[in-house]
Design a binder for this molecule. Structure first.
Ligand code: GLN
Length: 242
């Protein structure tokens, strides 16, 4: 089966191993007999029909460059999500998936509104290893955060996980990330998917479901991946709570 991934603004939002996340999806699809067809969606491009959207991280400067263009794609992105497409947005991309992002200079950038949240930049950056408890999936996520933005979820919004160690969305609420159906946003990179194979497979299954195949993916040994998760989780635990 061919899984089409739409990589939004790879020329702008591409820090923190964002291409590494796509490489993980491609390899985990390939060993199960599927092919990942990755299409770059850049400035002024039409949004093609895809099974999974990916938006990576970027600094305020890059976010300011793409925000208007991305907000202009909101209608078609909302329609795609309503049709069952999955979305993973990391860090700067996560912020732009919310309602708005006020950057350090005070500029208010428009968001896509796919996730019920707002972000305001603060002075102190929140940096370090993070461990999340994702009770909804019976799993944990380990990663690394580096952001100035403080993200507030609206009432009733579902976080991606509860912070075991690290700052998370705002360093206060104990929440990290947000999920709404098949749309996931998170500050975790470092990179995210190589250390958290269950999450990569979840995204692949949801993308496959959108492509028309409801399948369980055959489990992989994932010895290196689990070792990487263990190291990352231990570093986060050593860092301690918020
Ligand atoms: N510019 C945003 C912040 O610092 C996002 C940074 C990022 O993508 N790491 O909050």
């Amino acid at each position: 089966m061919r899984i089409v991934v739409g990589h939004l603004y790879p020329d702008y939002l591409n820090i923190y191993a964002d291409r590494g996340n796509i490489a993980v999806l491609a390899e985990r699809a390939r060993v199960r007999g599927h092919e990942l067809d990755v299409r770059a969606i850049g400035m002024h491009d039409d949004v093609p029909e895809v099974d999974l959207f990916y938006v990576g991280g970027g600094q305020d400067r890059e976010q300011a460059l793409v925000a208007e263009d991305l907000a202009g794609k909101a209608e078609v992105l909302h329609a795609a999500v309503a049709d069952g497409a999955a979305v993973l947005a990391v860090c700067g991309g996560y912020q732009l998936l919310g309602r708005s992002y006020r950057d350090l200079s005070g500029a208010e950038l428009p968001g896509v509104g796919l996730l019920p949240l707002r972000t305001v930049a603060g002075k102190r950056r929140m940096i370090g290893d993070v461990l999340l408890d994702c009770a909804w999936a019976g799993e944990t996520l380990a990663g690394f955060e580096n952001h100035a933005g403080r993200t507030s979820l609206e009432a009733g919004a579902e976080p991606l996980g509860r912070v075991v160690s690290g700052f998370g969305n705002d360093g206060e609420s104990g929440y990290e990330g947000c999920r709404a159906g098949r749309v996931y946003g998170t500050y975790l990179h470092g990179p995210l998917l190589p250390r958290n194979p269950w999450f990569a497979d979840r995204l692949l299954m949801e993308a496959l479901a959108h492509a028309g195949v409801e399948v369980e993916l055959t489990p992989l040994a994932d010895e290196l991946e689990h070792a990487a998760h263990t190291v990352s989780a231990a570093r986060a635990r050593a860092r301690g709570g918020r």
